[in-house]
Design a protein around this ligand. Structure first.
Ligand SMILES: NC(=O)c1ccc[n+]([C@@H]2O[C@H](COP(=O)([O-])OP(=O)(O)OC[C@H]3O[C@@H](n4cnc5c(N)ncnc54)[C@H](OP(=O)(O)O)[C@@H]3O)[C@@H](O)[C@H]2O)c1
Length: 310
Protein backbone atom coordinates (compact mmCIF):
# COMPACT_ATOMS: atom_id res chain seq x y z
CA UNK A 1 0.00 0.00 0.00
CA UNK A 2 1.70 3.21 -1.09
CA UNK A 3 0.29 6.35 0.54
CA UNK A 4 0.83 9.76 -1.04
CA UNK A 5 0.30 13.03 0.86
CA UNK A 6 -0.02 16.32 -1.04
CA UNK A 7 0.86 19.68 0.51
CA UNK A 8 3.25 17.73 2.67
CA UNK A 9 5.37 20.63 3.89
CA UNK A 10 2.42 22.43 5.53
CA UNK A 11 1.56 22.04 9.18
CA UNK A 12 -1.10 19.35 8.54
CA UNK A 13 1.03 17.56 5.95
CA UNK A 14 4.13 17.25 8.09
CA UNK A 15 2.25 16.08 11.14
CA UNK A 16 0.26 13.47 9.23
CA UNK A 17 3.51 12.24 7.64
CA UNK A 18 5.07 11.84 11.10
CA UNK A 19 2.04 9.92 12.31
CA UNK A 20 1.94 7.68 9.24
CA UNK A 21 5.60 6.79 9.75
CA UNK A 22 4.63 5.16 13.07
CA UNK A 23 2.60 2.49 11.27
CA UNK A 24 3.76 2.49 7.64
CA UNK A 25 7.29 1.73 6.38
CA UNK A 26 8.95 4.91 5.10
CA UNK A 27 9.39 3.27 1.69
CA UNK A 28 5.57 3.20 1.39
CA UNK A 29 5.19 6.95 1.94
CA UNK A 30 5.34 9.55 -0.85
CA UNK A 31 5.34 13.23 0.12
CA UNK A 32 4.43 15.77 -2.54
CA UNK A 33 5.20 19.45 -2.03
CA UNK A 34 6.17 22.64 -3.82
CA UNK A 35 9.25 22.84 -1.59
CA UNK A 36 11.01 19.44 -1.38
CA UNK A 37 13.98 20.95 0.50
CA UNK A 38 11.65 21.65 3.42
CA UNK A 39 11.13 17.89 3.82
CA UNK A 40 14.77 16.79 3.74
CA UNK A 41 14.57 15.29 7.24
CA UNK A 42 11.65 13.05 6.21
CA UNK A 43 13.49 12.12 3.00
CA UNK A 44 16.50 11.15 5.11
CA UNK A 45 14.23 8.76 7.02
CA UNK A 46 13.32 7.01 3.75
CA UNK A 47 10.12 8.73 2.59
CA UNK A 48 10.03 9.60 -1.08
CA UNK A 49 9.71 13.35 -1.63
CA UNK A 50 8.44 14.63 -4.98
CA UNK A 51 7.99 18.18 -6.26
CA UNK A 52 4.60 19.32 -7.56
CA UNK A 53 2.39 22.39 -7.62
CA UNK A 54 -1.36 22.20 -8.28
CA UNK A 55 -0.98 25.37 -10.38
CA UNK A 56 1.13 23.31 -12.83
CA UNK A 57 -1.26 20.46 -13.64
CA UNK A 58 0.83 19.01 -16.49
CA UNK A 59 3.42 17.71 -13.99
CA UNK A 60 0.95 16.24 -11.51
CA UNK A 61 0.24 12.74 -12.96
CA UNK A 62 3.98 12.01 -12.86
CA UNK A 63 4.24 13.26 -9.28
CA UNK A 64 1.28 11.05 -8.30
CA UNK A 65 2.37 7.83 -10.04
CA UNK A 66 2.46 4.47 -8.23
CA UNK A 67 0.32 5.63 -5.31
CA UNK A 68 -2.62 3.57 -4.12
CA UNK A 69 -4.11 6.09 -1.69
CA UNK A 70 -3.78 9.85 -1.89
CA UNK A 71 -4.45 12.38 0.87
CA UNK A 72 -5.46 15.60 -0.85
CA UNK A 73 -4.82 18.40 1.62
CA UNK A 74 -6.87 21.43 0.64
CA UNK A 75 -4.87 24.49 -0.41
CA UNK A 76 -5.13 28.13 0.63
CA UNK A 77 -6.03 30.41 -2.31
CA UNK A 78 -9.78 30.58 -1.57
CA UNK A 79 -11.95 31.05 -4.68
CA UNK A 80 -11.69 30.04 -8.34
CA UNK A 81 -7.95 29.38 -8.15
CA UNK A 82 -8.31 26.91 -5.29
CA UNK A 83 -11.17 25.17 -7.09
CA UNK A 84 -8.97 24.79 -10.18
CA UNK A 85 -6.10 23.48 -8.03
CA UNK A 86 -8.27 20.83 -6.38
CA UNK A 87 -9.84 19.74 -9.67
CA UNK A 88 -6.38 19.44 -11.26
CA UNK A 89 -5.19 17.30 -8.38
CA UNK A 90 -8.20 14.96 -8.60
CA UNK A 91 -7.88 14.62 -12.39
CA UNK A 92 -4.16 13.91 -12.08
CA UNK A 93 -4.76 11.31 -9.38
CA UNK A 94 -7.19 9.50 -11.70
CA UNK A 95 -4.72 9.74 -14.61
CA UNK A 96 -2.00 8.31 -12.37
CA UNK A 97 -4.19 5.35 -11.37
CA UNK A 98 -4.69 6.32 -7.72
CA UNK A 99 -7.38 4.01 -6.32
CA UNK A 100 -8.61 5.96 -3.29
CA UNK A 101 -8.62 9.74 -2.69
CA UNK A 102 -9.01 11.08 0.85
CA UNK A 103 -9.86 14.78 0.98
CA UNK A 104 -9.65 17.34 3.81
CA UNK A 105 -12.93 19.19 3.35
CA UNK A 106 -14.78 21.51 5.75
CA UNK A 107 -17.66 21.24 8.14
CA UNK A 108 -20.83 23.02 7.10
CA UNK A 109 -21.07 21.65 3.55
CA UNK A 110 -24.29 23.13 2.16
CA UNK A 111 -25.01 24.87 -1.15
CA UNK A 112 -26.25 27.99 0.67
CA UNK A 113 -23.42 28.22 3.22
CA UNK A 114 -22.14 31.81 2.75
CA UNK A 115 -18.54 30.92 3.73
CA UNK A 116 -16.28 31.51 0.74
CA UNK A 117 -13.97 28.70 1.90
CA UNK A 118 -16.87 26.25 2.18
CA UNK A 119 -17.97 27.04 -1.40
CA UNK A 120 -14.62 25.65 -2.60
CA UNK A 121 -15.14 22.48 -0.59
CA UNK A 122 -18.70 22.07 -1.93
CA UNK A 123 -17.18 22.32 -5.42
CA UNK A 124 -14.34 19.87 -4.69
CA UNK A 125 -16.57 17.30 -3.01
CA UNK A 126 -18.77 17.40 -6.12
CA UNK A 127 -15.77 16.89 -8.44
CA UNK A 128 -14.64 14.00 -6.26
CA UNK A 129 -18.03 12.27 -6.26
CA UNK A 130 -18.30 12.56 -10.04
CA UNK A 131 -14.69 11.43 -10.62
CA UNK A 132 -15.41 7.72 -10.31
CA UNK A 133 -12.54 7.25 -7.84
CA UNK A 134 -13.12 5.71 -4.43
CA UNK A 135 -13.15 8.60 -1.97
CA UNK A 136 -13.34 9.50 1.69
CA UNK A 137 -14.27 12.98 2.83
CA UNK A 138 -13.00 14.43 6.11
CA UNK A 139 -15.11 17.49 6.96
CA UNK A 140 -12.86 19.27 9.44
CA UNK A 141 -14.47 21.81 11.77
CA UNK A 142 -12.57 24.94 12.81
CA UNK A 143 -9.20 24.14 14.39
CA UNK A 144 -9.29 24.73 18.15
CA UNK A 145 -5.57 25.56 17.99
CA UNK A 146 -6.39 28.64 15.88
CA UNK A 147 -8.66 29.76 18.73
CA UNK A 148 -6.14 28.87 21.46
CA UNK A 149 -2.98 30.26 19.87
CA UNK A 150 -4.16 33.18 17.72
CA UNK A 151 -7.64 34.52 18.57
CA UNK A 152 -7.69 34.01 22.35
CA UNK A 153 -4.23 35.56 22.95
CA UNK A 154 -5.26 38.62 20.91
CA UNK A 155 -8.44 38.93 23.00
CA UNK A 156 -6.51 38.55 26.26
CA UNK A 157 -4.17 41.28 25.12
CA UNK A 158 -6.88 43.77 24.14
CA UNK A 159 -9.54 42.71 26.67
CA UNK A 160 -12.12 42.38 23.87
CA UNK A 161 -13.17 39.52 21.59
CA UNK A 162 -14.97 41.16 18.69
CA UNK A 163 -16.94 38.77 16.50
CA UNK A 164 -19.74 38.88 13.95
CA UNK A 165 -20.55 35.21 14.61
CA UNK A 166 -23.08 36.39 17.23
CA UNK A 167 -24.27 33.50 19.40
CA UNK A 168 -23.71 30.91 16.63
CA UNK A 169 -22.15 27.65 17.77
CA UNK A 170 -19.39 25.43 16.41
CA UNK A 171 -17.59 22.32 17.70
CA UNK A 172 -13.95 23.50 17.51
CA UNK A 173 -11.76 20.48 16.79
CA UNK A 174 -8.15 19.89 17.70
CA UNK A 175 -5.97 19.79 14.61
CA UNK A 176 -4.27 16.77 16.21
CA UNK A 177 -7.60 14.94 16.04
CA UNK A 178 -8.05 15.95 12.37
CA UNK A 179 -4.57 14.59 11.63
CA UNK A 180 -5.10 11.38 13.61
CA UNK A 181 -8.43 10.84 11.83
CA UNK A 182 -6.77 11.27 8.42
CA UNK A 183 -4.00 8.84 9.36
CA UNK A 184 -6.58 6.29 10.56
CA UNK A 185 -8.50 6.50 7.27
CA UNK A 186 -5.27 6.06 5.31
CA UNK A 187 -4.05 3.05 7.27
CA UNK A 188 -7.20 1.02 8.01
CA UNK A 189 -9.68 -0.57 5.61
CA UNK A 190 -13.35 0.20 5.03
CA UNK A 191 -13.58 3.96 4.48
CA UNK A 192 -14.44 4.13 0.76
CA UNK A 193 -17.54 6.29 0.20
CA UNK A 194 -17.58 7.57 3.79
CA UNK A 195 -18.08 11.18 4.84
CA UNK A 196 -16.80 11.98 8.32
CA UNK A 197 -17.72 15.07 10.32
CA UNK A 198 -14.43 15.73 12.13
CA UNK A 199 -15.54 17.87 15.06
CA UNK A 200 -14.75 18.46 18.69
CA UNK A 201 -16.97 16.90 21.37
CA UNK A 202 -18.98 20.04 22.27
CA UNK A 203 -20.64 22.95 20.52
CA UNK A 204 -19.51 26.37 21.75
CA UNK A 205 -20.40 29.96 21.00
CA UNK A 206 -17.53 32.44 20.74
CA UNK A 207 -18.96 34.05 23.90
CA UNK A 208 -18.25 30.76 25.70
CA UNK A 209 -14.81 30.49 24.10
CA UNK A 210 -14.05 34.01 25.34
CA UNK A 211 -15.17 33.14 28.88
CA UNK A 212 -12.99 30.02 28.87
CA UNK A 213 -9.98 31.94 27.54
CA UNK A 214 -10.46 34.58 30.26
CA UNK A 215 -10.68 31.89 32.96
CA UNK A 216 -7.59 30.02 31.77
CA UNK A 217 -5.63 33.09 30.72
CA UNK A 218 -6.35 34.82 34.04
CA UNK A 219 -7.40 38.13 32.47
CA UNK A 220 -10.86 39.56 31.66
CA UNK A 221 -12.28 39.45 28.13
CA UNK A 222 -15.43 41.27 27.05
CA UNK A 223 -17.26 39.48 24.24
CA UNK A 224 -18.40 42.13 21.72
CA UNK A 225 -20.86 41.00 19.03
CA UNK A 226 -20.75 43.25 15.94
CA UNK A 227 -22.26 43.25 12.45
CA UNK A 228 -20.41 41.66 9.53
CA UNK A 229 -19.82 45.13 8.03
CA UNK A 230 -18.28 46.32 11.32
CA UNK A 231 -16.04 43.26 11.49
CA UNK A 232 -14.83 43.76 7.92
CA UNK A 233 -14.10 47.44 8.70
CA UNK A 234 -12.14 46.34 11.77
CA UNK A 235 -10.00 43.99 9.64
CA UNK A 236 -9.50 46.83 7.12
CA UNK A 237 -8.32 49.20 9.85
CA UNK A 238 -5.89 46.53 11.09
CA UNK A 239 -4.44 46.25 7.57
CA UNK A 240 -5.67 42.67 6.99
CA UNK A 241 -5.88 42.05 3.22
CA UNK A 242 -9.38 41.37 1.90
CA UNK A 243 -8.17 38.31 -0.05
CA UNK A 244 -5.53 35.63 0.47
CA UNK A 245 -1.98 36.80 -0.25
CA UNK A 246 0.45 34.05 -1.27
CA UNK A 247 3.27 33.64 1.26
CA UNK A 248 1.74 35.60 4.19
CA UNK A 249 1.78 33.53 7.36
CA UNK A 250 0.32 33.54 10.88
CA UNK A 251 2.49 33.41 14.00
CA UNK A 252 2.35 29.57 13.76
CA UNK A 253 3.65 29.57 10.17
CA UNK A 254 0.32 28.60 8.56
CA UNK A 255 -1.20 30.62 5.70
CA UNK A 256 -3.23 33.75 6.51
CA UNK A 257 -6.84 34.01 5.35
CA UNK A 258 -8.26 37.13 3.69
CA UNK A 259 -10.72 39.21 5.72
CA UNK A 260 -13.66 38.62 3.36
CA UNK A 261 -13.25 34.88 3.79
CA UNK A 262 -13.01 35.18 7.58
CA UNK A 263 -16.11 37.38 7.83
CA UNK A 264 -18.06 35.04 5.54
CA UNK A 265 -17.07 32.18 7.91
CA UNK A 266 -18.40 34.16 10.88
CA UNK A 267 -21.61 34.82 8.95
CA UNK A 268 -21.99 31.07 8.37
CA UNK A 269 -21.40 30.33 12.06
CA UNK A 270 -24.03 32.92 13.02
CA UNK A 271 -26.52 31.36 10.59
CA UNK A 272 -26.01 27.90 12.10
CA UNK A 273 -24.21 26.16 9.24
CA UNK A 274 -21.41 24.92 11.52
CA UNK A 275 -23.65 23.73 14.32
CA UNK A 276 -22.50 20.14 13.85
CA UNK A 277 -21.10 17.88 16.56
CA UNK A 278 -20.27 14.25 15.83
CA UNK A 279 -18.39 11.37 17.45
CA UNK A 280 -16.54 10.49 14.26
CA UNK A 281 -13.11 11.37 15.70
CA UNK A 282 -13.64 8.74 18.38
CA UNK A 283 -14.93 6.23 15.80
CA UNK A 284 -11.78 6.72 13.73
CA UNK A 285 -9.06 7.15 16.34
CA UNK A 286 -10.46 5.07 19.22
CA UNK A 287 -10.02 7.94 21.68
CA UNK A 288 -12.30 10.84 22.64
CA UNK A 289 -11.92 14.09 20.71
CA UNK A 290 -10.10 16.78 22.66
CA UNK A 291 -12.27 19.47 24.27
CA UNK A 292 -11.64 23.18 23.78
CA UNK A 293 -10.51 23.36 27.41
CA UNK A 294 -7.93 20.62 26.78
CA UNK A 295 -6.60 22.46 23.73
CA UNK A 296 -6.37 25.71 25.72
CA UNK A 297 -4.48 23.91 28.50
CA UNK A 298 -2.13 22.29 25.98
CA UNK A 299 -1.32 25.78 24.69
CA UNK A 300 -0.95 27.61 28.00
CA UNK A 301 2.22 29.28 26.72
CA UNK A 302 0.04 31.26 24.28
CA UNK A 303 -2.58 32.23 26.87
CA UNK A 304 -0.28 32.91 29.81
CA UNK A 305 3.05 33.91 28.29
CA UNK A 306 4.93 33.07 31.49
CA UNK A 307 3.44 29.57 31.81
CA UNK A 308 5.24 26.42 30.63
CA UNK A 309 3.64 24.48 27.79
CA UNK A 310 2.09 21.12 28.72
N1 LIG B 1 -10.37 23.66 9.58
C1 LIG B 1 -9.71 24.79 9.80
O1 LIG B 1 -9.90 25.51 10.81
C2 LIG B 1 -8.63 25.21 8.86
C3 LIG B 1 -7.83 26.30 9.19
C4 LIG B 1 -6.81 26.64 8.33
C5 LIG B 1 -6.63 25.91 7.17
N2 LIG B 1 -7.44 24.87 6.85
C6 LIG B 1 -7.25 24.07 5.61
O2 LIG B 1 -6.43 22.97 5.94
C7 LIG B 1 -5.28 22.95 5.09
C8 LIG B 1 -4.08 22.46 5.84
O3 LIG B 1 -3.86 23.36 6.92
P1 LIG B 1 -2.40 23.74 7.39
O4 LIG B 1 -2.56 24.29 8.75
O5 LIG B 1 -1.49 22.60 7.13
O6 LIG B 1 -2.03 24.92 6.42
P2 LIG B 1 -0.58 25.45 5.99
O7 LIG B 1 0.47 25.00 6.96
O8 LIG B 1 -0.73 26.90 5.70
O9 LIG B 1 -0.33 24.65 4.66
C9 LIG B 1 -0.94 25.03 3.46
C10 LIG B 1 -0.96 23.84 2.57
O10 LIG B 1 -1.46 24.17 1.27
C11 LIG B 1 -0.59 23.54 0.30
N3 LIG B 1 -0.61 24.33 -0.94
C12 LIG B 1 -0.72 25.67 -1.07
N4 LIG B 1 -0.64 26.01 -2.37
C13 LIG B 1 -0.49 24.87 -3.07
C14 LIG B 1 -0.35 24.57 -4.44
N5 LIG B 1 -0.33 25.54 -5.39
N6 LIG B 1 -0.19 23.28 -4.82
C15 LIG B 1 -0.19 22.28 -3.89
N7 LIG B 1 -0.33 22.49 -2.56
C16 LIG B 1 -0.46 23.78 -2.16
C17 LIG B 1 0.78 23.60 0.93
O11 LIG B 1 1.62 22.61 0.34
P3 LIG B 1 3.20 22.76 0.10
O12 LIG B 1 3.63 24.11 0.62
O13 LIG B 1 3.87 21.63 0.83
O14 LIG B 1 3.37 22.63 -1.37
C18 LIG B 1 0.43 23.29 2.39
O15 LIG B 1 0.29 21.93 2.66
C19 LIG B 1 -5.14 24.40 4.58
O16 LIG B 1 -4.44 24.44 3.36
C20 LIG B 1 -6.58 24.82 4.48
O17 LIG B 1 -7.18 24.42 3.25
C21 LIG B 1 -8.42 24.49 7.69
Amino acid sequence: MRILVTGASGSFGRQVAELLLRSVPASELVLVTRTPAALSSLAARGAQVRAADFDRPEALPRAFHAAEKLLLISTLAVGARRQRQHRSAIEAALAAGVRHIVYTSSAGIHPRNPSLAVADHVFTEDVLRRSGAAFTILRDSQYAEVIATILAPMALESGKWIMSAGEGRIAFVSKHDCIASAAAVLTTPGHEGAVYEITGPELHSFREAAALAAEIGGRPIEYVPVSHEEKLALFDSAGVPREYVEGETNSDGTGVWGSEEMVSYERAIRQGFFSICSRHVEMLTGGPARTLREVFLANLHALRPAAPNR
